[in-house]
Design a protein around this ligand. Structure first.
Ligand code: GLY
Ligand code: MN
Ligand code: MN
Length: 451
C-alpha cells in the first residue's frame, strides 16, 4: 500500500526532526489563530466498492502525510502544542489481509506511538476530551461520538495549506528522490517507445523501473502515442501498438515518502519536423525555468509562456500572422490551453495555489486563463512544475475555425502536425532566493550517469 518509503539510514533521518519541528510550529500558529487547542488528523479510511467486499486502493489524506510517511488507513496524529505528537496506529487482527507491521524507522522516535486494533479502539488512545480539538479528515461511522470541536474547519485548513507551500529540507530531499525514481521510469519508458511497444507496455516498463505499482503513483500516468497526445489527461493505455508510430507524450511521476514528482517528456519517432518542434519547446521550457526565483509573480511566468508560444507558432509557421497578432487574438490559448505550472508536494496539484494570505482572499487568475492553478508570488522553498505545451486539440481547433481566429491559423500545417498530438515538457523546480533547482533535470542526469 505505501509508496516508496524513506530508508531509515542517511540524509532523511537527519532532516526529519527539523521538518517535524516546522510542522508543529506551523500547526501551533494555525491553532492559536483559529482558537483551537489541539489538532487531530486522520490518515483516511478504506472505501468499500458498492455491493462488494472489496475496497478501492487506499489513498492517504494529504494533511496526514505532512506528519509522517506512514501510509496505512485509520491512523491518527494528535498534536497539542508543547507536547510530543501522539500517533494512534491501527493494526487490525486479520487473517484475510496481512496486518501492517508496527511503524519503525527514523521518524517514529518523534511520536508517542500507541497501537490499537482499529479505528474505534483508537479513540481510547486519544485524550478523553476532544472538545477543543479540530479534526481533519473524512467523517466515519462512529465519528459523531468522538466529540471534536470542529470538523475540517475551513479557516484552520487554509492556514495549514498556505504554509505547506514552503518545503522543509526533508521535503525537498523526498521530492528529489521522487524525481530520481520518476526519471528512472521515464528512461525505461523511452526505451519501450523506441522498441515499438504499446501504451500499456510502456506503462509497465515505467512501473517496473520505478519499482512501484500503479496505486503507489501520485497520479495515473498519461501515456499517449500519436494523436492521443492532444488529450491533456489521456487515460486509455491502449494494449496494442499502433501500426504507425509518430510520437510519445508521457506524463508520469513517482512518489517517495508521500511526496510526488510530476514529469512530462515528448519524443518523436523520427520525423525531423516534429523533432525540431520538440527541441524548440524544450528551449522555451528552459527559458521559462530561468524566470523562476523568489519574488516572481507566477501569473507573469504564465503570460511569458504565452508570448514564447506565440513565437514558436510563428517560427514553425503554424500561424499565418506574426507572434504579436497571434497573442493578441488569443490564438496561443488554442495551442496551450492549460496553466504553465502549479504547486507540487504532498499532492500533484498541491493545495493553496491561489491564497493571498493565510487569513483569506484569493489572487485572481489573469483574464482568459481559467485553468491556471497558481497565482501566488513565488517564495524560497516553493516547489512548482514548469510545463509549457503545444497541442493540436480538435475541439479547440474547430472552435477557432468557426470564428475570427480562423484566418490566423495555417490549416495545412495543423493537418500535417495533428498526427503527433502535442508536446509537453515538464520539470519540477525548487524555488531559491536567486533562481531554482531543477529537481527533474538533475535526476535525469544522475540516472543517466548511473547507467
Ligand atoms: N500530471 C498532471 C499535470 O501535469 O498537471
Ligand atoms: Mn503538472
Ligand atoms: Mn504532469
Amino acid at each position: 500500500m505505501p509508496g516508496a518509503t524513506p530508508s531509515p539510514a542517511g540524509e532523511l533521518s537527519k532532516l526529519f526532526g527539523r521538518h517535524l519541528e516546522a510542522v508543529c510550529h506551523r500547526s501551533a500558529e494555525a491553532l492559536r489563530a483559529c482558537g483551537y487547542q489541539a489538532l487531530l488528523v486522520h490518515s483516511g479510511s478504506l472505501l468499500p466498492v458498492f455491493q462488494d467486499d472489496r475496497t478501492y486502493p487506499f489513498e492517504v489524506n494529504a494533511p496526514f502525510k505532512v506528519w509522517t510517511p506512514l501510509a496505512e488507513p485509520d491512523c491518527f496524529v494528535h498534536f497539542q502544542p508543547g507536547q510530543r505528537p501522539i500517533l494512534a496506529f491501527s493494526q487490525p487482527g486479520d487473517y484475510w489481509y496481512k496486518p501492517p507491521a508496527p511503524p519503525e524507522g527514523y521518524w517514529t522516535g518523534y511520536f508517542d506511538v500507541r497501537i490499537c486494533a482499529d479505528r474505534e479502539s483508537a479513540r481510547a488512545l486519544l485524550p478523553l476530551d476532544l472538545g477543543t480539538t479540530a479534526y481533519l479528515g473524512e467523517a466515519f461511522a462512529e465519528f459523531g461520538s468522538w466529540g471534536v470541536a470542529a470538523h475540517n474547519p475551513a479557516r484552520l485548513m487554509r492556514h495549514l495549506d498556505f504554509g505547506r507551500a514552503i518545503k522543509s529540507a526533508y521535503e525537498l530531499a523526498c521530492l528529489r528522490e521522487a524525481n530520481r525514481l520518476g526519471a528512472r521510469g521515464h528512461l525505461a519508458a523511452q526505451r519501450a517507445f523506441a522498441a515499438g511497444e504499446s501504451e500499456f507496455a510502456i506503462e509497465l516498463a515505467f512501473l517496473a523501473a520505478c519499482g512501484l505499482r500503479e496505486q503507489e503513483l501520485p497520479y495515473n500516468p498519461i501515456i499517449a502515442l500519436n494523436e492521443s497526445g492532444s488529450v491533456l489527461h489521456y487515460q486509455v493505455l491502449e494494449k496494442h501498438a499502433p501500426a504507425e508510430r509518430h510520437s510519445l507524450l508521457i506524463d508520469a511521476g513517482a512518489e517517495f515518502g508521500g511526496y510526488a514528482s510530476d514529469i512530462t517528456r515528448t519524443y518523436s519517432a523520427g520525423d525531423g519536423d516534429f523533432s525540431a518542434l520538440i527541441a524548440h519547446m524544450d528551449t522555451v521550457q528552459q527559458a521559462l525555468c530561468k524566470d523562476v526565483r523568489a519574488g516572481v509573480d507566477w501569473r507573469e511566468v504564465h503570460l511569458h509562456a504565452h508570448r514564447l508560444t506565440a513565437e514558436v507558432l510563428q517560427e514553425a509557421e503554424i500561424v499565418t500572422c506574426n507572434a504579436e497578432q497571434a497573442l493578441a487574438a488569443g490564438v496561443t490559448r488554442v495551442f496551450l490551453p492549460h496553466g504553465v505550472g502549479h504547486l507540487l508536494g504532498l499532492q500533484v496539484h498541491d493545495a493553496g495555489g491561489f491564497m493571498r494570505s493565510p487569513e483569506g482572499g484569493d489572487i485572481p487568475r489573469p483574464e482568459g486563463h481559467p485553468y491556471l492553478r497558481l497565482t501566488r508570488t513565488l517564495e524560497e522553498g516553493f516547489v512548482v512544475t514548469m510545463e509549457p505545451g503545444l497541442y493540436f486539440i480538435d475541439p479547440l481547433l474547430e472552435a477557432a475555425r468557426a470564428d475570427k481566429r480562423a484566418s490566423l491559423i495555417n490549416w495545412s500545417r495543423v493537418k500535417a502536425l495533428r498526427r503527433f498530438g502535442g508536446i509537453r515538457i515538464e520539470d519540477d523546480l525548487a524555488v531559491t532566493a536567486t533562481g531554482c533547482e531543477n529537481l527533474t533535470r538533475e535526476a535525469f542526469r544522475a540516472e543517466l550517469s548511473r547507467s
